[in-house]
Design a protein around this ligand. Structure first.
Ligand SMILES: Nc1nc2c(ncn2[C@@H]2O[C@H](COP(=O)(O)OP(=O)(O)O)[C@@H](O)[C@H]2O)c(=O)[nH]1
Ligand SMILES: [Mg+2]
Length: 696
């Protein structure tokens, strides 16, 4: 694979709603650049980017792929990301490695929620961007409406660069707003000049005027000349555009039809002309020896350092750590320090990933994106540098998963295989979380949404032959008492041979502390119960509180007082007193007005203002208590509510359908509250039948 210098590199992430043509665009770029001999199609499962079995099966992207497109003596590292919101982790990782973004919008579907999310991500990471409108071969594609909708949302930084030319409803060419000239598509990536159609003249003038205004804003000198009515040379215009695009003050809008290879070559040209190469971007780390900040800034002359932005752990491909070189030139015979783990790694070989294919390369210059195989200690988010000059970069902040399911191995004895395979998937996808909820005897898996969890189950089966089923998680209810009780427990077996005898009198009452299962005290007088059996009574309590008498949930907030009892000099034992305690507790608990406590979570739901009413209504239906609503700085409202955890199962899917995918939520455990009687009854019955099922 050819080695490229920093100024020949462009790192460009493709962002946008699902199914707008990102992968098809990347495929067209690869084909035009001669990387492939035929143009693949998503429907046929033969594109460079969607190579994973799950992707070819479902016909959409699930993980980010890298396609290094060689174009006019440069290399454009295209990062093709998934559009479906469940795979946002992949998108954020890709954005952290990019220096610019192309937001893809379908000419047919128009501006969608995914478009706005892509724009917000670019704002957050201060990424220069362009917008590319696909599907322009479709008759009902409406470029002008999209330009209007984008301008309404983002103002005059929206700068249309092309105006579609249609003949008989067919896309045949475009008017170039910068060059004020017409071009007709003629074969693969070629165009030939034509007159600007009369009916597009007005649009051209309007768009060109706006463009010149923005170019004028690129420098004081230009502004003065502009107001003097002066015009700019092509080179000045190109320079002005480049400046404005780098600062994200101008967002060019291009268009085409990637399936027909229309408009793609122009986009590749614009990427090279107007997007920054890495050395025009900032990159700052910390020199861990001194604590001082290290301005790597993708500078070849500085000490070697790199950031691991993604990991591929594939049973067939093996493990690859995808890096972006932040400074210096990394060569295949380097030994680098994993700054986060403190371990040295010999690189052996360097690669550039082309979809699923690792292509060997001798060195990677600053700003370039490559891959290294089999680095045992390395994980996504780690930094690599020289031992003499260790540099650390901040790990990318990834979204927190809130969609939870309980998972069980389908085949008995497969548990280890399942957890080992899940660990491998988690090293690839940092938005998966596993929780071992011992108290409720369940293992939980968290993801961004149900689609992602579904893909995980499929990957486990496909890749690791580990089959799991996902079921509704058990809600971590708790049991406690509201009143006092005074009972006795007697465990007596004296029918010949060594008998068993234990007898306790105990009082139970609320301890007022729901954080602690129980507090135990003894106020026995006169040795009614010998003190060497007190630990056995306490042990009996420890056992009882694991599974409460009401519905077998963990018990909290109980004060247990041993105040009397009796013993037998021969037949009494620790075991007998433990059993007596268990009898006393079961009785005393049920006589002290036992109740079920349900976990309440504090939720934050962020939605565009227009959905506030629906979302509030829905939260009320979930027995939620809305505590407040505050606007955020993005035309959204943040609704804060306390909601029973029982009621939020599947919330991510429901919120998505209520808000068209624009709503986001987070929650954290708040406290326990007494469950309403009907919930309590339902849980007790459910538990009863489950316990009967287990006994059978
Ligand atoms: N007619 C037409 N179809 C397109 C175009 N680009 C993509 N498609 C189709 O749109 C669907 C989604 O494309 P894909 O590239 O997977 O979108 P992504 O989810 O954004 O990566 C596929 O069926 C493509 O064949 C285009 O320019 N014109
Ligand atoms: Mg795709």
């Amino acid at each position: 694979m050819q080695v490229y210098k920093t100024d020949q590199i462009r790192n460009v992430v493709l962002l946008g709603h699902g199914s707008v043509g990102k992968t098809t665009l990347a495929e067209a770029m690869a084909f035009l650049a001669g990387m492939t001999s035929r143009q693949g199609r998503v429907e046929d499962g033969n594109t460079v980017s969607d190579f994973d079995k799950e992707e070819t099966k479902r016909h959409f992207s699930i993980s980010t792929s890298l396609i290094p497109v060689p174009w006019k003596n440069c290399k454009i590292n295209i990062l093709d990301t998934p559009g479906y919101f469940d795979f946002v982790g992949e998108v954020v990782e890709a954005v952290s490695a990019a220096d610019a973004a192309v937001i893809v919008v379908s000419g047919k579907s128009g501006v969608q929620v995914g478009t706005q999310k892509a724009w917000n991500l670019c704002e957050k990471y201060k990424l220069p961007r362009m917008i590319f409108v696909t599907d322009m071969d479709l008759e009902d594609a409406n470029f002008h409406k999209i330009v209007d909708d984008l301008s309404e949302l983002y103002g005059k930084k929206i700068a249309p660069f092309h105006i579609p030319i249609r003949e008989g409803g067919k896309l045949t060419g475009y008017v170039d707003v910068v060059k004020q000239a017409g071009f007709l598509f003629s074969g693969k990536s070629d165009v030939k000049g034509c007159d600007v159609p009369a009916d597009l003249q007005d649009d051209l003038e309007t768009y060109h005027e706006t463009l010149m205004e923005t170019v004028a804003e690129s420098s004081e000198e230009f502004m003065d000349r502009y107001f003097d009515g002066d015009t700019f040379t092509d080179a000045e215009i190109a320079g002005g555009i480049s400046t404005e695009v780098h600062e994200a003050s101008m967002v060019p809008v291009g268009m085409g039809s990637p399936v027909n290879l229309q408009g793609v070559a122009t986009l590749l040209d614009d990427i090279i002309a107007f997007f920054p190469n890495p050395s025009e971007r900032k990159c700052v780390g910390t020199a861990t020896k001194t604590g001082e900040s290290f301005e790597a800034d993708y500078d070849d002359s500085k000490a070697k350092s790199a950031y691991v932005w993604k990991s591929i752990v594939d049973p067939f491909l093996g493990k690859y750590s995808l890096i972006k070189v932040c400074s210096g030139v990394i060569t295949s015979d380097d030994t680098l320090l994993n700054v986060d783990k403190g371990e040295e790694e010999r690189l052996n070989k360097l690669y550039v990933m082309e979809g699923s294919k690792p292509l060997e390369v001798s060195e990677l210059h600053s700003g370039d994106i490559g891959a290294i195989a089999k680095l045992n200690s390395v994980q996504t988010g780690d930094s690599l540098a020289t031992k003499s000059n260790p540099i650390q970069y901040p790990a990318t902040e990834l979204p927190v998963p809130y969609t939870c399911k309980r998972y069980k191995a389908i085949k008995k004895g497969d548990e280890d295989k399942v957890s080992q395979s899940l660990a491998k998937l988690m090293s690839e996808d940092k938005t998966i979380r596993l929780v071992n909820d011992g108290a409720n005897r369940q293992t939980l898996i968290y993801g961004i949404g149900d689609q992602q969890l579904d893909v995980i189950v499929s990957k486990l089966k496909e890749r690791y032959k580990a089959e799991v089923e996902l079921v509704k998680p058990k809600v971590p209810f708790r049991e406690t008492i509201r009143k006092k009780s005074d009972v006795e427990g007697k465990h007596k077996k004296q029918s010949g041979g060594h008998g068993q005898y234990g007898h306790v009198k105990m009082r139970f009452e609320p301890s007022g502390d729901l954080e602690t299962p129980f507090v135990f005290e003894q106020v026995v007088v006169g040795g009614a119960v010998p003190k060497n059996y007190f630990p056995a009574v306490e042990k009996g309590m420890q056992e009882c509180v694991q599974k409460g008498p009401l519905a077998a949930y963990p018990v909290v907030g109980v004060k247990a007082q041993l105040y009397d009892g009796s013993y037998h000099p021969v037949d009494s034992s620790e075991m007998a007193f433990k059993m007596a305690t268990i009898l006393a507790f079961k009785k005393g608990f049920m006589e002290a007005s036992p109740v079920l406590l349900e976990p309440i979570v504090s939720m934050k739901v962020t939605v565009p203002d227009k959905f506030t009413g629906d979302v509030m209504g829905d939260l009320n239906k979930r027995r939620g208590r809305v505590l407040g609503m505050n606007p955020d700085h993005n035309d959204n409202t943040i609704i804060e509510a306390d909601v029973p955890q029982l009621e939020i199962d599947g919330y991510s899917t429901d919120l998505r359908s209520m808000t068209g995918g624009s709503g986001e939520f987070s929650y954290e455990f708040a406290r326990y509250e007494q469950a309403p009687a009907e919930i309590q009854q339902k849980e007790i019955e459910a538990r009863q039948s489950q316990l009967e099922g287990e006994e059978e």
